[in-house]
Structure formats: structure tokens, C-alpha cells
Ligand binder design. Structure first.
Ligand code: Z5A
Length: 212
């Protein structure tokens, strides 16, 4: 590895409605890349291990109440507190598979009624993903999967609004995958997309910033 001085790891984000299968597929992707000898790590937002993350976690589990703007900015701060480590990891050649990112931040807060431009503003300047894998599932199908209904945002009507805002955020870095296929089929498709992206970044594709 590393004959090109700009060689780096890839920033791959998985997005989608609650229970679309992001967590399952993210960890499988990391195992797959490691199996091929690549350096890869699984990250997730919110990162509930930091002190900001603990405030978010308490809010999501309905143990605390926060104004919609405040929680939005906390989610964003939770990404900013990891930004420099993210850049260091990528530049050292590690690929990051990230379970939720700024798109969740904007889609969920906009679905509550906050202006989309206001929601995007604090995300501007974070690292832009090289690839966004959107696991597409209807709110109805997602709700049939295990564990639905325990946290704050897990309601059908709300999830439908979130899905609409995700559509607005869709750009050329996105690939949409049908999340109702069998897990193994999804896994194969994601592997191909991620491997191609990892190769591109290894060959020196420059890092860019989000929504600039
Ligand atoms: N949020 C926000 O508002 N602002 C932000 O900036 C961010 C997040 C970053 C917590 O997120 C909440 O925070 C989230 C958005 C908001 N709220 N909601 N809704 P989280 O990521 O911590 O929690 P989550 O979205 O609830 O993720 P999850 O529960 O881990 O779901 P998942 O990762 O998408 O799915 P999974 O765990 O892989 O799978 C769910 C189930 O489906 C499980 O039983 C699997 O075995 C099953 N499954 C998975 N794939 C399949 C297929 N293909 N077929 C059949 N069954 C499957």
C-alpha cells in the first residue's frame, strides 16, 4: 500500500430509516474489508461514548427533554468532535464505515419542522463521504422488523417524513439499495460498491468537505 502519496482510506456512510439494516451491513462490510487485508473501522453516529453523546442518548431514550434546535446542534457537535480523528484515520489509510452521518442529522430535524437550510448549516465543512449507501425500505416494512418502537423517533408517520427529506439530500455520492432483499444479497451488492470506492481513494481521490 501507499505508492501514491495521496493514498488514503475511504469514507463510506450508511443511511436509511430506522431498522433498514445499517448496523448489520456496516459490521459485515468491515469484516469483509479486513478479510481482504484492508485497514477498516466501524464508526456510528451518534457516538454515545462522548459527553455530548451521552446527552444525545439520554434524549433519545426519553430520559431528558431538549429544544429541537438544541438537540440538532448536539448531534452536529458530536460529529465535529470526531472530525479531526476521522481525517487522521483516513489519511493513514484506514477506511471508515460510518453508520449514520449528517444526512440523518438533517433528515430527522427537518422532519420535525426545522428549516432544511438551517439544519444543513452546522454540518458544512465536515468531511464529505466518498460514498453514501442508502438502504431503502418503507416505514411499514421497517416497523415489522425486530425491536421497533422503543426510542423517540420510531413512529410510522414520523419515519415517512424522514424518508421524504432523505430524498431531498440525495446527490451523486449516493447509491440506493433495496433493503428488503435477503441480507446476503444486499451484502454482496454493498461489497462491490465499497471495494470500488476503496480502490479510488487508495489511488489518491482527494478528500472534500460537505455542502461547501
Ligand atoms: N439521529 C438524528 O436525529 N440526528 C443525527 O444526526 C443522527 C441520528 C446521527 C438513533 O440512531 C436515532 O438518532 C435515530 C436517528 C437519530 N432514530 N431513529 N429512528 P441509531 O443509529 O442509534 O439507531 P437506529 O436507527 O434505531 O439503528 P438500528 O436500530 O441500529 O437499526 P439499523 O441499524 O438500521 O438496523 P439493524 O440493527 O441492522 O437491523 C434491524 C433489524 O432488522 C434486526 O432485527 C435485523 O436482524 C433485521 N434485518 C436487517 N437486515 C434485514 C434484511 N435484509 N431482511 C430482514 N431483516 C433484516
Amino acid at each position: 500500500q501507499g505508492c501514491n502519496s495521496n493514498s488514503r482510506g475511504a469514507l463510506v456512510v450508511l443511511e436509511g430509516l430506522d431498522r433498514c439494516g445499517k448496523t448489520t451491513q456496516s459490521s459485515r462490510l468491515v469484516q469483509y474489508l479486513e478479510g481482504l487485508g484492508h485497514s477498516a473501522e466501524l464508526w456510528r453516529f451518534p457516538d454515545r461514548t462522548t459527553s455530548v453523546g451521552q446527552m444525545i442518548s439520554s434524549y433519545l431514550s426519553n430520559k431528558s427533554q431538549l429544544d429541537d434546535h438544541t438537540i440538532h446542534l448536539l448531534f452536529s457537535a458530536n460529529r465535529w468532535e470526531k472530525r479531526s480523528l476521522m481525517e487522521t484515520k483516513l489519511k493513514s489509510g484506514t477506511t471508515l464505515i460510518v453508520d449514520r452521518y449528517s444526512y440523518s442529522g438533517v433528515a430527522f430535524s427537518s422532519a420535525k419542522g426545522l428549516g432544511i437550510e438551517w439544519c444543513k448549516a452546522p454540518e458544512v465543512g465536515l468531511l464529505a463521504p466518498d460514498l453514501v449507501l442508502y438502504l431503502n425500505i418503507s416505514p411499514e416494512k421497517a416497523s415489522e422488523r425486530g425491536g421497533y418502537g422503543c426510542e423517540r423517533y420510531e413512529q410510522l408517520e414520523f419515519q415517512s417524513k424522514v424518508a421524504q427529506y432523505y430524498q431531498v439530500l440525495h446527490d451523486s455520492s449516493w447509491k440506493v439499495i433495496d433493503a428488503c432483499q435477503p441480507m446476503e444479497d444486499i451484502e454482496k451488492q454493498l461489497q462491490e460498491m465499497v471495494l470500488e470506492c476503496v480502490k479510488k481513494c487508495h489511488n489518491g481521490e482527494p478528500l472534500s468537505q460537505l455542502w461547501l
